[in-house]
Design a protein around this ligand. Sequence first.
Ligand code: ZN
Length: 328
Amino acid sequence: MTQKLNSSEVAQASQSLQSACENLSKLKNEELHCELKNRVAEERKLTHQILQIIIEIDLRKLYLPMACSSLFDYLVREIGYTPASAQRRIDAARMMQQVPELGNKIENGTLKLTQVSQVQQVLRLAKKANKTQLLPSEKSDLLARLENKTGPESELILAKEFNLSPQTQFKQKIQKDESVRIELTLSKEQMEILDRAKELLSHALPGATFAEVITSLAQRYVKQRTGVNTSVKKHKSPSPSTESNSAAEVKGTQNISGKPIPSSVRKRILSPNLGCQFKDSRTGKICGSKHFLQVDHIKPRFAGGGNESFNLRPMCSSHNKFRYTAGC
Ligand SMILES: [Zn+2]
């Protein structure tokens, strides 16, 4: 169990950390190396504790009264994780519920969150394709085989284990800002060449993405063949999200009893501009989710509420269910 620090302990810990950081320039190389190793070990221990807290929050569905439509939504909007970081922690926390020893493996560094997330992704694919699920003991065995492996090594083990056929189809999609999303498969040798080019360009383009590397190489080729300099505006990538951006899904809009809600009214209430209107009674925060929206009666039908516009509002399915189960 995690222990809550009181305010003076927090202040003391923060002060000692600050003083340690101020003295870093005085440390010898070996001491500095040890300092980092110790801090990283503490970070892993903290990650284990965070996963335990996430499990408890998930079990209590604590995010619902806080106007978050899901655990993912809560970790991103309330806690401040990026979508990818939130998903990795959810994947690891849920796996830890079935394979409790996973926590210690994360804490001692033999397994990383990204590897657990890779396993969860593959298991989701396998469940969809074969409708089969691994037993907790089989999941435990699988995780044991990934210990101390790198990300690509784990990926290879999982691809072979689940017989995942390589996706070779080229996909190209024009997005609303006219950028183009491309999905392609490179052979091992092609990827090595691209990695090498990225490495050689690392001084000219530090931290470049593959899109920037490919563009830079193309610009050089165009210049070499035509003498023309081409330039590109800096493209701001949208943050990755595991949630789809599809329009609100229309579900459950007919009353248990009485007349159905007229389609024109339903359409207006479920307008994509309006998100879920569930409000956190403590903070006044509105959920705002645009996924799986349903029409909610402010005054329920069973209490005499009607289909008038002023009695209707959009609500995500999680909060609609929560509202009635929690009686709020
Ligand atoms: Zn909601």
